[in-house]
Design a protein around this ligand. Structure first.
Ligand code: PLP
Length: 442
């Protein structure tokens, strides 16, 4: 018996799916595509800002651009006066081109290219320094303006992290900043943790607040900290997720493939998005009697955050057309007009689990049908879904499959023109009253 993991109900996407627009687009674009809902990005950004205001914390949200390549989200960011977290010259160029101001950029990533550092300094962007040699390179680049830096902290509880400065390096960096005088503006510290837990973020944030106070004794500005991203997204309902984790075994997958439950993204999160920020602000950092929000206020420290996935929650889906349906003993194999490179999770020993929705052409009354979903390539391992999904009817060639909520990392971070298949274009859908209207992302 197949396990089911439908995405949370979404009336807006239901309306789009019922409107016939996607069939029209699949016909017009001649293949797989993604659709984007910028209104959702606006709402998610507003929710994060509300959480800051409610907690009485001065803060800024920087959208982590790597979560999606579309320009439309950068455009929304600029329109809302938001900032962006960029990690390459290409991302920086797109942010500036869409109207995000240089001083509203934070540049992250290890050992950043000199060309990136140079443009970032000229644009007045904030640079998260990952290593001492990077700090030295930066100090040679300042023009008439000082170089704005955060010092990125190596997370002591994640010893396998390759990012950041350890204790001794932080102290050394502070001394070099103090010695550099007007050439540098040391604005504070940053981290980005893997995983999605609240307490480790509050703990490390608390430590960075103390570091700010210490840095000020050296005459440095040190009035802000960035807690990075990692705000979870809640894709599926709790009961379906618990059942899935307890029961999933090789018999549920094509080729009896086995997946370790620990390797799946936590597709259900009871506390997600802006609520996760609320929880972090309300938590008490280790050794502190006050909540993180209170500590920030007492110390006069501003909170920066860099959400990627959480700003894109429900802001896009991926649409494929079924090209073939073939029966195997007990289930079927659907082949679609795209590849698993358009669902990045498939490339991390894992699987994108919120299940695809079948949009049949015309009525269909032929009972449930279990199938996995393969890509249009010659690789045996190219499956968009290894799991045998229980569809309400036997799919036919020409039907559409919509993978829900793929804007955060899934749709384009691993895309490739393998087999000379075209990259799926991105269609932006705006609501005009009741009517969905579309345009291509630039
Ligand atoms: C990837 C990344 C983010 C965004 O992480 P999400 O999990 O998408 O919120 C933020 N900051 C840094 C430094 C990153 O590398």
């Amino acid at each position: 018996m197949a396990l089911t993991l439908p995405a949370h109900p979404d009336p807006l996407t239901d309306r789009i799916h019922d409107s016939g627009l996607l069939q029209e687009l699949a016909h017009g674009l001649g293949g797989a595509f993604h659709y984007l809902l910028p209104g959702r990005f606006d709402a998610n950004l507003a929710a994060f800002r509300r959480a800051l205001t409610e907690a009485g914390v001065e803060g800024r949200v920087y959208y982590a651009k790597k979560a999606n390549k579309a320009s439309v989200f950068m455009d929304r960011c600029a329109a809302a006066g938001g900032g962006a977290d960029v990690a390459s010259l290409g991302e920086l160029r797109d942010a500036l081109g869409q109207g995000v101001r240089g001083e509203d950029l934070v540049v992250t990533g290890p050992a950043k290219a000199v060309e990136l550092l140079r443009v970032a300094v000229r644009q007045g962007a904030l640079l998260a320094v990952d290593a001492l040699d990077e700090l030295d390179r930066l100090l040679t680049l300042g023009d008439e303006r000082p170089v704005r830096v955060l010092l990125r902290r190596y997370p002591p509880d994640q010893p396998r992290s390759r990012f950041g400065l350890d204790d001794a390096q932080v102290q050394e960096a502070l001394e070099r900043c103090a010695a550099a005088g007007d050439r540098v503006r040391m604005e504070g510290f940053s981290f980005h943790l893997s995983g999605y837990d609240v307490q480790p973020r509050a703990d490390l944030a608390g430590e960075l607040v103390e570091l700010c106070l210490q840095a000020r004794t050296l005459g440095l500005q040190a009035d802000r900290i960035s807690i990075g991203g990692g705000f979870p997204v809640d894709y599926v309902a709790a009961d379906a997720w618990d059942t899935f984790l307890a029961e999933q075994e090789p018999g549920h997958y094509h080729g009896r493939k086995s997946f370790a439950a620990a390797d799946f993204y936590p597709y259900h999160s009871p506390v997600a998005g802006a609520d996760a920020l609320r929880a972090i602000l309300a938590a008490r950092p280790a050794g502190s009697a006050a909540s993180l929000a209170e500590r920030l206020r007492q110390a006069g420290v501003m909170l920066l955050l860099e959400p990627g996935r959480a700003l894109l929650d429900r802001a896009g889906s991926s649409v494929f057309r079924i090209q073939g349906v073939k029966d195997r003993t007990g289930y079927g194999i659907l082949t679609v007009d795209g590849t698993s490179l358009s669902l990045s999770e498939q490339w991390f020993d894992s699987e994108y689990l919120p299940e695809p929705v079948l949009l049949p052409q015309g009525d269909r009354e032929n009972g449930p049908y279990e199938a996995c979903v393969g890509g249009a390539s010659c690789l045996d391992s190219d499956l968009l879904t290894w799991r045998r999904i229980r569809f309400p009817a036997r799919p036919r060639v020409g039907d559409l499959l919509v993978y829900p909520n793929t804007a955060g990392y899934q749709m384009d971070s691993n895309e490739s023109p393998f087999h000379e298949l075209p990259l799926p274009p991105k269609v932006v859908i705006d609501q005009d009253g009741d009517r969905p209207r579309w345009r291509l992302d630039r």
